[in-house]
Design a protein around this ligand. Structure first.
Ligand code: ZN
Length: 80
């Protein structure tokens, strides 16, 4: 899968509905996530795939194109 530096069309996959409120970039965006790891008595298993990345509308997102800091809720809105 190829990643383009700057998207020029609406997102249809992981970033569906995402849109910078300032410069109207389609992304990519940096998102603050909470990471969960499986913690054992002898340490956490960071090499496994059991961890998950969680974010919600209150998490902070940053536009790569203009540096806009806003909540995910501000970035993730439907077209009007
Ligand atoms: Zn922007």
């Amino acid at each position: 899968m190829t990643h383009h530096a700057h998207k020029t069309s609406p997102n249809t996959n992981c970033l569906e509905g995402w849109h910078c409120p300032d410069c109207h970039s389609w992304g990519p965006f940096t998102v603050e996530v909470t990471t969960y790891v499986l913690l054992w008595d002898d340490g956490s298993d960071l090499s496994s795939d059991h961890g998950s990345h969680e974010y919600d509308d209150a998490s902070v997102a940053i536009c790569q194109a203009c540096g806009k800091h806003a909540t995910v809720g501000d970035f993730h809105h439907e077209e009007v």
